[in-house]
Design a protein around this ligand. Structure first.
Ligand SMILES: O=P(O)(O)OC[C@H]1O[C@H](OP(=O)(O)OP(=O)(O)O)[C@H](O)[C@@H]1O
Ligand code: HPA
Ligand SMILES: [Mg+2]
Length: 179
């Protein structure tokens, strides 16, 4: 285990099983529909890569990047589009793919701007949810795991751009971010 992590929260086996299950549910729910999965960079890229390989219906992918946290584990509430979609989503069935919903600020903003573009539907699939930290009420349609209020890294999730490459999801040691 990496020396900066305290413990494994979700193992590779648990992640794999959940991603398989989510893929099956999405394949059923989007049967006969033209699905566009929108991964939110950078955290969601590992989850997105695994998730789409478990979706058996036709799915196109695109990505957005928004900045909300910067180099801190606390939200500033400031969300800015750094990279937008490459296509018009009017009439499309859009699925936002996130690694984690924490305060909900990022997702709330994304939902607002994507809904304004008049897609046929917009839903949200997140691997992790930290409901105790919510600051705005956002609806999550598909959730992998509800987790306690601890800072987690790995499987795409970072602290200061580190640890995204770790294969499982871990609780980061407090001394790493409380200085
Ligand atoms: O619910 P919130 O409090 O808004 O937090 C969740 C968001 O924060 C993280 O992204 P971050 O801004 O760290 O970018 P990253 O994906 O590049 O790490 C995470 O990937 C979500 O997008
Ligand atoms: O626990 C977390 N880990 C990584 N990124 C995050 N963004 C919001 N919460 C988290
Ligand atoms: Mg981050």
């Amino acid at each position: 285990m990496h020396p900066d992590v305290e413990k494994v929260l979700l193992s590779t086996a648990e992640l794999k099983n959940k991603v398989t299950e989510l893929g099956q549910i999405l394949s059923r729910d989007y049967a006969g529909k033209n699905l566009l999965a929108v991964g939110i960079l950078k955290g969601a890229m590992v989850f997105m890569a695994d998730l789409i390989r478990n979706i058996s219906v036709d799915v196109q992918i695109d990505f957005m990047a928004v900045s909300s946290y910067g180099a801190s584990s606390k939200s500033t509430g400031v969300v800015r589009i750094m990279k937008d979609l490459e296509q018009n989503i009017e009439g499309r069935h859009v699925l936002i793919v996130e690694d984690i919903v924490d305060t909900g600020l990022t997702l709330n903003y994304l939902l607002e701007i994507l809904k304004a573009r008049e897609p046929a539907s917009v839903r949200v699939c997140t691997l992790l949810d930290k409901p105790s930290r919510r600051e705005v009420d956002v609806s999550v349609n598909y959730n992998g795991f509800s987790i306690p209020d601890e800072f987690v890294v790995g499987y795409g999730l970072d602290y200061n751009e580190k640890y995204r490459n770790l294969p499982e999801i871990y609780v980061l040691k407090k001394e790493v971010y409380q200085k």
